[in-house]
Design a protein around this ligand. Structure first.
Ligand code: ADP
Ligand code: GLC
Length: 480
C-alpha cells in the first residue's frame, strides 16, 4: 500500500479566484482543509483544478505556465494550456483554452457555449494526470460542469483512479450538453438503471460511473431518493443507495471571522457582542433606513432563484407589513425576481432596501449587521449562508430542508439550545407565521441573545467533515 495518495479535485469555481455561490466556497476551502488535516495516517497530496476564466483574480506574477496539450474534438485537436499557482500551500491548476478564455465570468448566458466549454474542461481535466506525469489515485468531481471528467478518465486510462462525484445541486444536470457527447468522442452511459434521457447527461452519467456519490448534507442524500427532490432520478438513486452518502459542508473560519474581518465597519466576537450594533447602524445609514437600534433588521444574501424561495420573502414582507422591521435584500439572478424586489423596495421606502448584484463586502456587512437571515429555500442541498449568519450573530430563519435542517437547531424544538428558526411548508403563509414568531422572540432580549450565542459558538469548521472525506478517500484507495 502506498504511503501517500493523490487526489485531483475539480470544480467550475473556487474562492478566492472566482465565486458565484456556495460551490466556490467549498472548492476554495475543502481541499485546503483536507490538506491541512492532521490525520496521523497517510499524507494526502490533494490538488485543485479549475478553468482559467479571464475574470479570475490571481496574485501578481505567481502563475506558472506548465504545459500545452491538445484535446481531441470532432476531427480537430483543440489547443489547451495548463498553468499552476499556489493557494495557502494548495497547488491549483488553471486550464485555459479559446472557449474558456471567451468567458470572463463562470457561467455563460449562452448555454451552448457553456456546454462546450465544460465538456472541454472535463476532458482536459481527465487528461491532466498524464500531461503532468502525475499519478492520481482519486478524481473528485463536483456538479455537472466537471462530472464528465469521471467517464472520460475511465474511458481512456489503462488503470483509472477511483472516482467521487459530489452533487451540490441536482436539478442542474447539464442538459445543455445534449447531442454534444459524440463530438468529444464519449459514448452515452449503458446503465439500464438510468432513465433513457439521463444516459447522455453529465450528472446522471457520472453518478452511474463514479465509485462514490456524495451530496453536501446527509438530509439531501435522503431527499434525492424521493419523488419530491429526486428530479425523476429518485428510483435510480435508490438503486445505487449503497454508494450514496451525505457529508455536511463547513465554512472557512479564516474567511468568515467576525473578530478579524477587514470588510466590517466594526469587528466583534462573542465577548464583545455589543460592538455588532455599529454594523447595523452603518447599514441603516448607508441605505437610508430608519435609524433605530431596536428595529429588527431582516437580511437576504442569496442568488435570486426559485430554489431560494425569494418570491416567498416578498409576499411575507407584504403580509407582515404591520409589524415593525426593516429589510435589506442582496442578490441577483432571475430578472423577474429582481424586478419584483425593486417594486417591493419602491413600495416600502425607508423600510426595504434592495441591491441586485453580487457584492462580497456587502454580504459580510449584512451577516454582521442583520438580526435575521431569511432562507426560505424550496430545496437546499446544504446552504452556507445560514452557517455564516450564525457565526456572525445573524440568526437564520429557514425552511426545514436539506442542509438547513442538518445545521440549524430550531427554537421550536429546543428553546434553550436553539440556533435559529425552521418552518416546514414552502408557502409565504408558513414563512410569515414563522417570521412573526421570530419577531416576537426578538422582543425577548434574553431568549434572543441566547439563540445568538448558541449560533456564534456552533462549530461550522471544516474539521469534522474533512475527516469524513479523508476516511472515504482512504477506503477507496485501499480498494485500488
Ligand atoms: P448557493 O451555493 O446555492 O448559492 P450557499 O448558501 O451554499 O448557496 O452559498 C452562497 C454563497 O454565496 C455564500 O457565501 C453567500 O454569502 C454568497 N452569496 C450569495 N449571493 C451573494 C451576493 N449577491 N453577493 C455576495 N455574496 C453572495
Ligand atoms: C449549491 C447548493 C447549496 C450548497 C452549495 C455548496 O450551490 O445550492 O445548498 O451549499 O452548492 O455545496
Amino acid at each position: 500500500m502506498p504511503e501517500a495518495y493523490s487526489v485531483l479535485f475539480t470544480a467550475s469555481e473556487a474562492d478566492p479566484f472566482i465565486k458565484v455561490g456556495g460551490l466556490g466556497d467549498v472548492a476554495g476551502s475543502l481541499p485546503k482543509a483536507i490538506l491541512n488535516l492532521e490525520t496521523g495516517t497517510r499524507a494526502i497530496d490533494i490538488r485543485l483544478v479549475i478553468p482559467y476564466y479571464t475574470g479570475i483574480k490571481l496574485p501578481e506574477n505567481r502563475v506558472q505556465h506548465l504545459a500545452d496539450f491538445s484535446v481531441p474534438y470532432k476531427r480537430e485537436m483543440l489547443p489547451v494550456q495548463v498553468f499552476s499557482t499556489v493557494l495557502d500551500g494548495l497547488t491549483v491548476y488553471l486550464v485555459s483554452s479559446e472557449w474558456i478564455k471567451a468567458s470572463a465570468k463562470v457561467y455563460d448566458l449562452d448555454l451552448e457555449h457553456s456546454a462546450r466549454k465544460y465538456l472541454l474542461f472535463s476532458k482536459a481535466t481527465a487528461m491532466l494526470p498524464e500531461v503532468l506525469d502525475w499519478k492520481v489515485d482519486i478524481l473528485h468531481a463536483n456538479d455537472w460542469h466537471t462530472a464528465l471528467s469521471i467517464p472520460f478518465i475511465q474511458a481512456f486510462s489503462r488503470k483509472p483512479p477511483k472516482t467521487v462525484l459530489s452533487i451540490h445541486n441536482l436539478p442542474f444536470m447539464g442538459s445543455e450538453t445534449r447531442g454534444m457527447l459524440q463530438d468529444f468522442h464519449l459514448h452515452p452511459s449503458t446503465d439500464t438503471r438510468l432513465p433513457d434521457w439521463g444516459r447522455e447527461l453529465p450528472l446522471p452519467m457520472a453518478s452511474s460511473a463514479a465509485d462514490q456519490v456524495l451530496t453536501v448534507s446527509p438530509t439531501y442524500a435522503r431527499e434525492i431518493m424521493t419523488p419530491q427532490f429526486g428530479c425523476d432520478l429518485d428510483p435510480f438513486f435508490l438503486s445505487i443507495q449503497d454508494k450514496v452518502a451525505g457529508i455536511l459542508n463547513g465554512i472557512d473560519l479564516k474567511v468568515w471571522n467576525p473578530a478579524a474581518d477587514d470588510l466590517l465597519p466594526s469587528v466583534f466576537d462573542l465577548q464583545n457582542r455589543q460592538q455588532r450594533i455599529k454594523n447595523k447602524q452603518y447599514l441603516q445609514e448607508k441605505f437610508n433606513l430608519d435609524r433605530n437600534d431596536d428595529l429588527p433588521l431582516l437580511v437576504v444574501v442569496s442568488r435570486f432563484d426559485r430554489q431560494k424561495g425569494i418570491d416567498l420573502v416578498f409576499e411575507s414582507l407584504k403580509q407582515l407589513s404591520w409589524k415593525p422591521w426593516q429589510a435589506i435584500l442582496l442578490g441577483s439572478g432571475d430578472p423577474a425576481l429582481e424586478t419584483s424586489s425593486q417594486a417591493l423596495a419602491r413600495a416600502m421606502p425607508g423600510r426595504v432596501h434592495v441591491e441586485n448584484r453580487y457584492d462580497c463586502a456587502l454580504s459580510h456587512q449584512l451577516y454582521a449587521g442583520g438580526d435575521i437571515l431569511l432562507m426560505p429555500s424550496r430545496y437546499e442541498p446544504c446552504g452556507l449562508a445560514q452557517m455564516i449568519g450564525m457565526r456572525y450573530g445573524c440568526i437564520p430563519l429557514a425552511r426545514a430542508t436539506g442542509g438547513l435542517k442538518d445545521s440549524i437547531l430550531s427554537y421550536e424544538v429546543d428553546p434553550l439550545a436553539a440556533t435559529g428558526f425552521l418552518f416546514n411548508d414552502a408557502t409565504s403563509e408558513a414563512l410569515s407565521l414563522a417570521l412573526k414568531d421570530a419577531l416576537d422572540i426578538y422582543g425577548q432580549k434574553d431568549a434572543w441573545l441566547r439563540i445568538q450565542e448558541n449560533g456564534m459558538k456552533a462549530d461550522f469548521s471544516w474539521d469534522k467533515s474533512a475527516l469524513q472525506y479523508v476516511n472515504l478517500y482512504e477506503r477507496l484507495v485501499k480498494s485500488l
